[in-house]
Design a protein around this ligand. Structure first.
Ligand code: PMT
Length: 407
């Protein structure tokens, strides 16, 4: 296996040497490209000595490199890894700017691209950088998330280069995937799939809130599966500990009202909507601006009001016939009866009922089991399996709902 390692100009550039060594130890052949700025931080000689190959530092840097080499260099590698990738590099990739060897290789590359960003926390959080990251994810570019911690500039936060060992491990996973996984059927290539995932959180005051046990794993598995099958995917996610899936537009939200607005704002061309989120059914009628004090109180009564019915609104939105609407039902008793009622009352095309009292299914575990209920009254049991595998089975059943799929 061969990796083309791009090194861009930031203080973390020296760590690319560790990445190179880690890849070599795993038997990977590495060729290095450095930007001009990277050479200000580390000498090309370091990488030449480690890789045993000339380091490419520019289009015209050496007489023996023809400009056309950017095409062959890109083609002969199995993975294009850039570590560290600066904010400038992300911006150029996102906008197709090819003003040096590295960015020209990116444009002519057809292999998987893995970026390990590194920059100051403010630069990483800037809306311009985040927009560039999202746009690259949508095009299938993979990321090793930057770490959180003390930065060279003295600030503390997200943006420091991920640990070299983690970058190597992710690179090896991508290489293994490219080698062993058969190309998936792109049967969702013409679909825009929107998925809600995770819990919603309803604040009582600046300190306390109402929420539930959803981890987001089921919804994120669906997003990954739909993306792998060629869909454009929008994931509207309540707070979770999960990393945004590669190639998916992820919109983080907190309260039900935010999730509702985020869904409706982006609904126009959605062809498949899947409500996997555990949406709060109630929220405090009033959210206190200041911490509610207990002094002088023996008891306190909370008044709750119902929240927006997100999936019900989606199912009642214009152009219903152009969109498949699929819900989940999480119940602790009479699962199939309640699920059937929700299917009918919310006007869904299909509902996936999961028993949340099982310890190996439902909330915050890696596996799930479900019964699929359809409008025509038919049912299908999907046995216990990983949430990722179940996601693919659910997607199969969604596609089977399309009129063209019926025999
Ligand atoms: O996130 P995990 O830890 O992986 O757990 C997965 C899961 C158990 C949360 C998931 O598989 C699941 O069952 N999600 C739906 C949970 C739920 O809230 O079910 P419900 O029966 O209360 O709601 C029925 C449907 O209406 C759901 O599609 C829900 O997203 C939707 N809904 C509910 C309330 C509301 N105000 N708006 C909604 O859109």
């Amino acid at each position: 296996m061969k990796v083309l390692l791009g090194v861009t100009g930031c203080i973390g550039a020296y760590k690319a040497a560790e990445v190179l060594r880690g890849l070599q130890k795993a038997g990977v052949e590495v060729r290095v490209i450095m930007t001009k700025h990277a050479t200000e931080f580390v000498q090309p000689l370091t990488f030449e000595a480690l890789s045993g190959k000339p380091v490419i530092t520019g289009m015209f840097a050496r007489p023996d490199y023809a400009i056309i080499e950017h095409i062959s260099v890109a083609r002969e590698a199995d993975l294009f890894l850039i570590a560290p990738a600066t904010a400038n590099c992300l911006a150029k990739f996102a906008h197709g700017i090819a003003d040096d060897f590295l960015t020209t290789v990116y444009l002519s590359n057809t292999n998987p691209v893995l970026l390990a960003p590194a920059m100051n926390v403010e630069m990483w959080q800037h809306s311009a950088t985040q927009a560039n990251v999202n746009s690259l994810r949508e095009r299938g570019v993979l990321f090793v998330e930057p770490g959180v911690g003390y930065q060279a500039c003295g600030e503390v936060g997200a943006g420091r280069l991920a640990e070299p060992a983690d970058i190597v491990q992710r690179a090896l996973e991508v290489l293994a995937g490219a080698k062993t996984q058969p190309a998936r059927t792109q049967d969702f290539a013409n679909e825009h799939v929107m998925i809600t995932a995770g819990p919603t959180v309803e604040d009582l005051d600046p300190v306390r809130f109402l929420t539930n046990r959803s981890s987001g794993k089921m919804g994120y598995a669906l997003a990954e599966a739909a993306r792998a099958r060629g869909a454009r995917v929008t994931l509207i996610s309540g707070p979770t500990r999960l990393s945004p899936p590669d190639g998916v537009t992820t919109v983080p939200v907190r309260a039900t009202r935010e999730m509702y607005n985020a869904v409706l704002e982006r609904l126009a061309d959605v062809s498949v909507f899947i409500g996997a989120a555990a949406v709060a059914d109630f929220r405090p009628a009033q959210s206190a601006a200041q911490k509610i004090k207990k002094e002088g109180r023996k008891a306190i009564t909370l008044e709750l009001e119902t929240t927006e019915d997100i999936i019900g609104t989606v199912a009642a939105a214009p152009n219903r016939e152009r969109r498949l609407v699929v819900g989940f039902a999480a119940e602790s008793q009479s699962l199939l009866d309640y699920a059937a009622t929700k299917l009918r009352e919310k006007n869904l095309d299909m509902i996936v009922a999961n028993d949340i009292l099982r310890t190996d299914a439902g909330f915050d575990v890696e596996t799930n089991a479900a019964v699929v209920l359809r409008q025509d009254g038919s049912r299908l049991t999907l046995p216990l399996q990983s949430k990722r595998d179940l996601a693919d089975r659910i997607l199969d059943e969604i596609l089977a709902l399309r009129p063209s799929s019926t025999p």
